[in-house]
Design a protein around this ligand. Structure first.
Ligand SMILES: Cc1ncc(COP(=O)(O)O)c(C=O)c1O
Length: 470
């Protein structure tokens, strides 16, 4: 069959997909049953749509290191690793030990007081990233929203400039131009949004200096902020060109806008700190999440003290930013987990990051070779190039237009240029049936993965490519 639609056609693909669905359904009766119950009480069967893949998700009963075990007794090698947060694999020992100690001492649940662990995690992070102050919250979405509110209040301006394909979580200023492709990326992604979700958010193309210049010359005077991921994550695992981020810093400075680097995925992923440092770019605000919680719900905004100060008590009404509330913000267990996790990453950085980088390289090179050998034009993204040789992020783009690399999210989501169905539906299900859990073609390596895990995953991809390719 031609997986990419250039030869044998859609019938073969449908047949192959039907066979994958049959095999998965037959081998997961308990998860199927559980899903039917879950779908009665939870819309779609759960609370995060990406987890609710078709035909139905499996339900995990155990997770250790690189492995996940499900209700039907299958074990998968997991390259998703907690939405890419679990750099040390599932339930790593240093974090479990720290949490257990606290619980055994009869502490750790929410008390509603500031708690001493909060400042400890703050200091650990501020030692590693170039920021003066930090405030914690519970999700990346809340953090990016509050960073934007801070920027709007600080500048007294309204416009938020964001990247096409930039996912910053679900909130009104972040739900434009994410992944709904209709002749481009620029639509609102949700019903129910206020009008300003469209009129006050400007979308620009990633890694496109001309478009960035255009946007700033048109909107710069009203721009509160430019929010950008140094590696476009959900939009394709594509690193920003160094000159792109440098120019973003210059333009935001020139126009008096706040530069927000969304490092929810990237901070502590490529080295024990923010990736901004590797680019030698200093944003005004960072947004952090994922790894900084060590497997617990922690996210944060960090940055210039004069901007962060707007969130403190006592700021006059009219200037104060209500980056506030959160019954569970800076939850003691979450602070303890984050601190144990980051301390481990910092102390063992010299072993951890080169190891992760080598596994990432092995996966990216292997995927291109194995799939390419069967005429599937797969390109592995996540390579940090000159910015970082320690990238453990791996995404796959099936670039049917013959392009050598994905440069922006438009290319990734344009069905005329990229075979997203092959990647996100067929390859995903086929890999599941082979015992591997992947997202967007692969995912991320953790210290719990071995070369053997990667080699086995490449063998599985080759078997799939043989069934798909020609
Ligand atoms: C770059 C980026 N920013 C923000 C978010 C939102 O974080 P959360 O899912 O914790 O709300 C994500 C989530 O994947 C992300 O990748």
């Amino acid at each position: 069959m031609s997986g990419c639609g250039h030869n044998a056609g859609d019938m073969d693909r449908r047949d192959y997909l039907n066979r994958l669905v049959d095999q998965y359904t037959k081998t997961h009766p308990r998860s199927h049953d559980h899903f039917r119950h879950a779908a009665q009480v939870l819309p779609g069967g759960g609370s995060h749509n990406l987890r609710l893949f078709s035909p139905f998700p499996f339900y995990e009963v155990g997770a250790t290191g690189a492995q996940i075990t499900d209700l039907d007794g299958h074990t998968y090698t997991d390259f998703w690793q907690g939405h890419l947060a679990n750099i040390l694999g599932h339930n790593p020992e240093p974090v479990i030990r720290a949490l257990r100690q606290e619980l055994e001492a009869g502490r750790g649940l929410a008390t509603g007081f500031p708690g001493r662990h909060q400042a400890e995690l703050a200091e650990l992070i501020l030692d590693r990233i170039h920021a003066q102050q930090i405030r914690f919250t519970t999700s990346g979405a809340l953090a990016t929203m509050n960073a934007m509110l801070l920027a709007r209040a600080f500048t007294g301006r309204k416009l938020v400039i964001k990247i096409a394909g930039g996912w910053h979580g679900a909130h009104p200023f972040a739900l434009k131009g994410v992944h709904s492709y209709r002749g481009g990326l620029g639509q609102l992604e949700s019903a129910g949004l206020p009008d300003c979700a469209d009129s006050e958010v400007i979308v620009t193309r990633f890694n496109d200096l001309d478009d960035l210049e255009r946007v700033f010359s048109q909107y710069g005077a009203d721009a509160a902020c430019f929010i950008v991921e140094p590696m476009l994550g959900s939009g394709g695992a594509i690193f920003a060109d160094p000159e792109y981020l440098t120019r973003a810093r210059e333009l935001t400075e020139k126009h008096g806008a706040v530069l927000i680097l969304d490092e929810v995925i990237t901070a502590f992923r490529f080295h024990p700190g923010a990736v901004a440092e590797l680019y030698a770019v200093e944003p005004d605000l960072f947004v952090l999440g994922k790894a900084v919680g060590g497997g617990m719900p922690v996210a944060a905004v960090a940055g210039r003290a004069d901007i962060m100060a707007l969130a403190a008590p006592g700021v006059p009404h009219g200037t104060a930013v209500k980056f506030d509330g959160g019954t569970f913000s800076a939850h003691p267990q979450a602070m303890i987990a984050g601190a144990a996790f980051l301390r481990h990453l910092v102390e063992r950085a010299d072993e951890i990051y080169p190891y992760l980088g080598a596994l990432g390289r092995m996966a990216r090179e292997g995927i291109e070779q194995r799939l390419g050998a069967y005429n599937i034009p797969a390109r592995a993204a996540g390579d940090g190039g000159a910015v970082s040789s320690h990238s453990s992020i791996v995404a796959v783009h099936i670039l049917t237009e013959g392009s050598d690399r994905a440069r922006d999210a438009e290319q990734v989501y344009d069905p005329a240029r990229s075979d997203v169905e092959l990647r996100d539906v067929i390859l995903k299900l086929a890999m599941l049936n082979e015992g591997f859990f992947i997202v967007h073609g692969y995912g991320a390596l953790s210290t719990a993965h071995t070369e053997h895990d990667v080699a086995r995953s490449l063998d599985a991809m080759e078997r799939i490519a043989a069934a798909l390719g020609n």
